[in-house]
Ligand binder design. Structure first.
Ligand code: ADP
Ligand code: MG
Length: 255
């Protein structure tokens, strides 16, 4: 039996103006697997993540999430752009967590979690609150539902951001350097939440410089440089026995 990959990116190209940023990126992520994307600054990792949920339009190639083409409908061998609301519906199935936990500052923690499900998800207020509380418990912040984001530490805010992304019950979670903006002592609590999310079977694509996390949690590590995938495989292989000189040079720097 073959399972449909949760993510299938095939020969993705993307330029900004005349500057090529992605030069033929292909990768597959199976349901329940964690892929860590590593690579130097400017290698195209964030751009690729943004392409996955169609925040960026790609120039060539194709991206499927859950077996569905992102941003397009195919008919008669041609691609037709989806309407904005159809793109939003696709995107609702994908949670994203950024480096800067951009919570809504004027809403309480619990309100941050109930907003999307009630406004775009068609969930009743009562159910959204129940769901929100369950998620807060999951990230260890059940007691802070009535706090405002500014009253929380950076690590707590990022845990709320993860809970908020989960509130729409996504089938895929994307993380873009979720711990890079945190004070070192707050990194662990966020990685712990991500680890337990991975253990629960969530499919995840994580851009990170946390090599310990990648080694322990990733099923696959993908090393990108200059807009291409240089090397990918299990962490023991890519991190423990890198084959490409560029991978070795990068790892020597981050260790
Ligand atoms: P990474 O996340 O690996 O650091 P990025 O995907 O952010 O890399 O960026 C890759 C390259 O694309 C960089 O050279 C960056 O300057 C450029 N870039 C990213 N976003 C834009 C944009 N919106 N407009 C123009 N250039 C961009
Ligand atoms: Mg980036």
């Amino acid at each position: 039996m073959t399972t449909i990959p949760m993510v299938r990116a095939n020969d993705v190209h993307k330029s900004y103006g005349v500057v090529p940023v992605l030069r033929g990126v292909s990768l597959e992520v199976r349901p329940g697997e964690v892929t860590c994307l590593i690579g130097p600054s400017g290698s195209g990792k964030s751009t690729f993540l943004r392409c996955l949920n169609h925040l960026e339009q790609i120039d060539a190639g194709r991206i499927e999430v859950g077996g569905r083409l992102m941003g397009y409908r195919e008919s008669g061998g041609r691609l037709h752009e989806l309407r904005e609301r159809e793109v939003l519906r696709q995107r609702a199935g994908i949670g994203m967590v950024f480096q800067h936990f951009d919570l809504f500052p004027h809403l309480t923690v619990l309100e941050n979690l109930t907003l999307a499900p009630t406004v775009v998800g068609g969930v009743s207020r009562e159910d959204a609150v129940l769901r929100g509380k369950r998620l807060l418990e999951r990230v260890g912040l059940l007691q802070r539902g009535n706090a405002y984001p500014s009253q929380l530490s950076g690590g707590q805010q990022q845990r709320v951001a993860i809970a908020r992304a989960l509130a729409m019950e996504p089938s895929l979670m994307l993380f873009d350097e979720p711990t890079s903006a945190l004070d070192p002592e707050l990194v662990g609590e966020v990685l712990d939440v991500m680890r337990s999310l991975a253990d629960s079977g969530m499919t995840m694509v994580v851009v990170t410089h946390e090599m310990g996390f990648a080694r322990e949690v990733a099923d696959t590590v993908v090393f990108m440089d200059g807009g291409v995938v240089v090397e990918s495989g299990p962490p023991a292989q890519v991190l423990g026995d890198p084959q490409h000189p560029r991978t070795r040079a990068f790892l020597a720097q981050v260790r």
